[in-house]
Design a protein around this ligand. Structure first.
Ligand SMILES: N[C@@H](CCC(=O)N[C@@H](CS)C(=O)NCC(=O)O)C(=O)O
Length: 277
């Protein structure tokens, strides 16, 4: 593991690290915040998955999670959103595909399948690596994210209900297989057979029988992507009569940015901490 930076914050440590990833076939960077409590005992771990165009750094710099994570004793891990490097295929002029747009899936189509394996990376390789290098209590894991990362968090929780005790999302893409900004990417990563897309679609997973106890979703009503990209009401519809709990909060005037995310960050951290006790 390479240490790229470590800074003391709120009595804990915000670090940025990199390692060679077998899943993505490239070097991957990630951020870990370790609260002071982890000096004495293993702490619960919360995975934050970011949205389109992001790296590990956006939430680290603008998410404002450290004070509350420190207080609650939560380790927060923030992976990158895609493979990186000069050898990794990309669409340079398209921010919804390629680098910064991994969609937390394992691509099956050329030329993407060589590197774009963010599902395996975020659910297997990175957790194994983090558990080796940090004092994490892997029996207490939660997952959350924003937009494309909200989609990642919800689909990963639905597919791994025994591993995660809590899940929440800021402005998630709840049905990427029908949303404007993800259909072209799914076609390229997964091919034309839409049956294969359902494993990476929260609404479809629920329709197909996947279950998770409950979700918290916050959504801004002034979010420009609400109508065509995000559409949380589709998930509200999908969970009806399934036993899945949903707290969906729609907020007047808030947009899609980190001003919105940081406003509700404390609520999400508390939501997770209560379920990771
Ligand atoms: N680049 C896009 C916006 C992409 C965008 O809003 N990305 C969100 C996630 S979906 C984000 O977190 N951006 C980085 C940031 O705000 O720091 C545009 O021009 O419309």
């Amino acid at each position: 593991m390479k240490i790229l930076s470590q800074n003391t914050a709120f009595g804990g440590m915000q670090g940025v690290y990199s390692h060679q990833s077998d899943a993505c076939n490239c070097e991957m960077t990630f951020a870990v915040f370790v609260p002071p409590k982890a000096i004495h005992e293993p702490c619960p771990v919360l995975w934050y998955l970011s949205g389109l165009t992001c790296t590990h750094a956006n939430v680290m710099e603008k998410g404002e999670y450290r004070r509350m994570a420190s207080e609650l004793g939560l380790i927060v891990v923030c992976p990158d959103t895609s493979p990186r490097g000069n050898d990794v295929p990309d669409e340079l002029t398209n921010w919804q595909m390629g680098k910064g747009a991994g969609f937390y899936l394992d691509a099956t189509e050329k030329p993407w399948a060589e590197n774009y394996r963010m599902y395996t990376y975020s659910t297997e390789e990175l957790p194994a690596f983090v558990s080796q290098h940090f004092r994490v209590d892997m029996d207490r894991q939660g997952i959350f994210g924003h937009s494309m990362g909200g989609h990642g968090a919800m689909t990963i929780a639905l597919k791994n209900p025994d591993r995660f005790r809590s899940c929440s999302a800021f402005a998630p893409i709840v049905e990427p297989s029908t949303a404007d900004w993800s259909v072209p990417a799914f076609e390229k990563y997964l091919g034309p057979d839409r049956a294969a897309w359902r494993r990476y679609d929260a609404c479809a997973l629920v329709e197909d029988g996947a279950r998770f106890p409950e979700f918290l979703i916050d959504q801004g009503k002034a979010d420009g992507f609400l109508e065509n990209g995000l559409r949380p009401w589709l998930f509200e519809e999908a969970v009806k009569e399934t036993g899945i709990g949903l707290t969906l909060r729609m907020h007047e005037r808030y947009d899609h940015s980190y001003y919105f995310i940081s406003t509700f960050m404390d609520d999400h951290l508390r939501w997770h901490a209560e379920r990771l006790r």
